[in-house]
Ligand binder design. Structure first.
Ligand code: B3K
Ligand code: ZN
Length: 887
């Protein structure tokens, strides 16, 4: 914690390290009072650095006990130490530097560095946590071969793990156990990991295409041994997929995953020793929703894929974070699309991108996929770096085609194996392998903001030509007032009366034969462009941005009839869903206007008919029908509004009115579908079963919303359910559409049934934080004192306070400001104990510009936080950047 304002780090200031660390030997003596860390760094002055630069090692919250060079202990004036560094002035060109430090993991509540989760020791080093373990060159471009010795009490810590291979395991004379781990792959320190605890494991194996037998182990607490099967299967599926799709094989004989309760994010890809938040690895029908099962599969895959995209080839500096994260998110999304439903996966990802990443791009923290400056790097593990970064890689895939993209990725891995590189190196490999010039495309890495793609069209019946006039622009973002045109792949088709029309651009040969001539990718790379299609025999409806081919906002004046046509008949599943969303958005907009004018809501019959035909169509994938019938969320609707206009109460009321009207209008169909979709089969979290439950739960939700008489169905479903997905959906109906008499007892019963399953109870917390009743804020406060809550556990903070602030807009934005005050209080407490989580939690307040009549109160809370003494760099960066935009 610092009193002075923390400084900014700039990409332009990057310089290569003055020293290399060829080998790193670490020795940990784990104890209950303290832990002693003894490091031996085999240093070499970098040949590129002439002169005798001092060695500057990073270190935080360390007690320095001893420094020695080649075994000569240094006297105190031979080095200097401050809060953040250890500086040694005169070093030979090559030497072994030994440093002994004392740390107190049991008091480390930041969950960065070495800390304790319950009785277990574990680590989290990315991005800059290693400096809380020992003095080091804590930067990703210093790659070293690590050897790790751990000495500990064998009774408390029967499992002692680190990266790589176990070379020795022995008992010392004093009864303690000592193990020695060696990782042959050079790695940056952010990939170092250590685990010590009383854990059990599930073991399986995988044989690589080259015949290597890999031992796979998942370490958990004994009570959770039965919850590992899904993650283990996911790991095996992702290992196979990476061989088949990217030709990437696993490179060690061991792959370990450890589940930890107290963890700041989802999981961490440490070399051969992935550490996972329990919520992202354990699965059981009673504690995990269907979504949860899919999330576990995706995260296990994501961390596994990092072994190549992140570990074998890593980042030169943290500005390049998207090099590994964007690429790896793209890889895991394709994996999920291949093992599940491609369209549904795309719909889920686009929903997240448009709701939350677009909001980030439009807010005070907007930054390019490759940021140019930061105060606290932990604040840049953002949707922009991850999700937009993945969209950028996806666009390269679209522009190059699958084959050339694979050539590019092969070249990238081959060229840079064992190196720490940049986004530029990635793009260059793609260019070199394909011959495609990505010069202008690079702007996606350097320009922030969401481009707006404006499309207008005209049809000439006599000439049989159809013209698309396309223009692009991008709003200013902090530090970037003007933008240059992007390269936007616009995937499209044209829908005619009898289906999608063949496409021919003016100037093309009439008989140009293509395998699929009803689908095109137009490359939009200028501010304004014109595309003329010839031989168009009827006025078409354009099917635009198929598969969401670029992370842009689309502006085209679709009529409602056109949206219905696209929704029911277009070849592209994404466009069908998107048209349903657009139609619903327009209708909710009508109702907002009616409610604002004090009129009774009138729901356009077109939407009702469209929903009815979706419910009648038994040929469609269940999950897809469920997605198409799900109305756009309140946060997305707010995000579509101009700044200062979003009215949370009106949005909520209008959306609810439309949902109720659809529930009334489609009652018979909904009832029929609900009944027909019931099943006596035992629970499996697989493909169509997930879709079936999603659609059935959606039917129930519409029915209960329309008429409280249907709450009996929810009660019956709750009683009959053998899984959390159906139980929660039923409880949610009671909680959202019933009175206290409907929900109080079932909520209590749920708690009593599942109180020992902390992951199930987290869903229970979230449900209560996202209810629409007026008592919700007081309930959140009461729950904060409940034994089920713990401010030190990030999952619980997110489940209760994060859910309230992020998913209950009506009550978070209460007019009296009590929602902001509640969030502010929690952020203030966490600022001291866990700054990373404090900053994350604060995000909804940074969106103060968006909401009508709320900006002042939101800013006031930000100002109160800004004035607090001892502000962490994490929170300081968010509040100061949010407020500096307030002028
Ligand atoms: N690389 C980690 C994230 C680390 C976050 C540090 N604040 C997990 C992942 O993206 O795979
Ligand atoms: Zn990642």
């Amino acid at each position: 914690m610092r009193e002075a304002n923390p400084g900014t780090i700039y990409l332009k200031d990057y310089s290569a390290p003055a020293f290399l660390i060829n080998r790193t030997e670490l020795h940990f003596e784990l104890g209950e009072e303290h832990t002693i860390v003894h490091s031996r760094l085999h240093l070499l002055r970098s040949p590129e650095h002439a002169g005798e630069p001092p060695l500057v090692l990073q270190g935080q919250e360390l007690e320095l006990l001893e420094v020695a060079i080649d075994r000569d202990v240094l006297v105190e004036d031979a080095y200097s130490v401050d809060e953040d560094t250890l500086v040694i002035d005169k070093l030979p060109e090559q030497c072994v530097l030994s440093v002994k430090t004392r740390i107190r993991p049991q008091d480390n509540s930041s969950l960065e560095g070495l800390y304790k989760s319950h009785t277990m020791f574990c680590t989290q080093c990315e991005a800059e946590g290693f400096r809380k373990i020992t003095y080091y060159l804590d930067r990703p471009d210093v790659m070293s071969v690590f050897t790790v010795t751990i000495t500990a009490d064998p009774v408390r810590y029967p499992v002692l793990l680190s990266n790589g291979n176990l070379l020795e395991d022995r008992t010392l004379d004093d009864g303690r156990r000592q193990v020695l781990w060696h990782d042959p792959f050079p790695k940056p320190c952010y990939l170092f990991a250590l685990v010590a605890g009383d854990l059990e494991c599930v073991e399986d194996q995988f044989t690589t295409a080259s015949g290597r037998e890999v031992c796979l182990r998942l370490y958990v607490e004994a009570k959770d041994l039965g919850k590992c099967e899904h993650a283990m299967g996911s790991l095996q599926r992702s290992m196979r997929w990476d061989e088949e799709v990217y030709g990437r094989m696993y490179d060690l004989d061991i792959f370990n995953i450890v589940a930890v309760d107290d963890f700041n994010m989802g999981a961490m890809e440490n070399k051969s020793l992935n550490i996972f938040n329990t919520s992202c690895v354990l699965c059981d029908p009673n504690i995990t929703t269907d979504r949860g099962y899919q999330r576990v599969e995706a995260i296990v895959a994501h961390e596994y894929f990092h072994n190549w995209s992140g570990n074998r080839v890593t980042c030169r500096d943290w500005f390049q974070l998207s090099l590994k994260e964007g690429f790896t998110v793209f890889r895991d999304a394709e994996f999920s699309a291949d093992v599940g439903s491609r369209t549904v996966k795309r719909v889920e990802d686009v929903t997240l991108l448009r709701t939350a990443q677009f909001a980030e791009d439009a807010g005070p923290m907007a930054h390019p996929v490759r940021p140019e400056a930061y105060i606290e790097i932990n604040n840049f593990y953002t949707l922009t770096v991850y999700e937009k970064g993945a969209e950028v890689v996806r666009m390269i895939h679209t522009l190059l085609g699958a084959e050339d993209f694979r050539r590019g990725s092969d070249l990238y891995f081959q060229r840079h194996d064992g190196q720490a590189v940049t986004c530029e190196d990635f793009v260059r490999a793609m260019e070199d392998a394909s011959g495609v010039d990505l010069g202008q495309f690079r702007r996606w890495y350097s320009q922030a903001g969401t481009p707006l793609l404006r499309v207008r069209d005209s049809y000439d019946e006599d000439a049989q030509t159809y013209v698309l006039e396309v223009s692009q622009s991008c709003p200013p973002t902090p530090g970037q007032p003007g933008k240059q045109p992007f390269v936007i792949p616009l995937a499209m088709g044209l829908l005619g009366d009898a289906g999608n029309l063949p496409l021919r651009l003016a100037g093309e040969e009439p008989d140009a034969e293509t395998a699929d001539n009803t689908h095109r990718v137009l490359v939009v790379d200028q501010a304004q462009q014109r595309f003329e299609f010839v031989g168009v025999g009827e006025r078409p409806v354009p099917s635009l941005l198929r598969g969401f081919s670029a992370p842009v906002r689309l502006d085209y004046p679709f009529s409602r009839v056109a949206l219905c046509q696209l929704m029911s008949r277009d070849d592209d599943g994404f466009v069908r869903w998107d048209s349903a969303q657009a139609l619903a958005t327009q209708v909710i907009g009508d109702v907002q206007a009616q409610l604002a004018a004090g009129e009774a809501p009138q729901v356009d019959a077109l939407l009702l008919e469209a929903c009815a035909s979706l419910l009648e169509d038994e040929s469609l994938e269940h999950a897809m029908v469920a997605e198409m019938l799900t109305l756009p969320g309140e946060n997305y609707l707010a995000e579509l509004c101009e700044e200062g206009v979003a009215d949370v109460d009106l949005i909520h009321a209008a959306r609810a009115a439309v949902q109720a009207a659809l529930g009334v209008g489609c009652r018979e169909l909904l009832l029929r579908r609900y009944q027909a979709l019931s099943s006596a089969r035992p629970y499996v979290a697989e493909g169509d079963e997930i879709g079936r439950r999603a659609l059935r739960n959606l039917c129930l939700d519409y029915l209960a919303c329309a008429d409280a008489a249907h709450l009996d169905m929810a009660r019956a479903q709750y009683q009959a359910a053998d899984n959390l997905t159906e139980r929660l959906a039923a409880l949610r109906c009671l909680a959202c559409y019933g009175g206290e008499g409907d929900w109080a007892a079932p909520l209590q019963a749920f708690y009593e049934d599942w109180q020992d399953e902390t992951l199930a109870i987290n869903h229970w917390l979230t449900l209560q934080a996202t209810m629409p009743d007026a008592g919700v804020l007081d309930r959140v406060r009461t729950l904060m004192a409940h034994p089920a809550f713990d401010l030190r556990n990030p999952n619980k903070v997110r489940a209760l306070v994060g859910a309230f602030a992020g998913q209950n807009p009506v009550h978070f934005h209460r007019e009296d400001g009590a929602g902001y005050a509640l969030l502010g209080e929690v952020v203030e407490k966490l600022n001291a104990s866990n700054p990373q989580i404090a900053a994350r939690l604060l995000t909804p307040l940074t969106r103060w510009r968006r909401y009508r009549g709320r900006g002042e109160a939101m800013c006031a809370e930000l100002e109160r936080l800004a004035a607090l003494p001892g502000l962490s760099p994490d929170v300081y960066e968010l509040v100061s950047k949010s407020l500096s935009q307030s002028a």
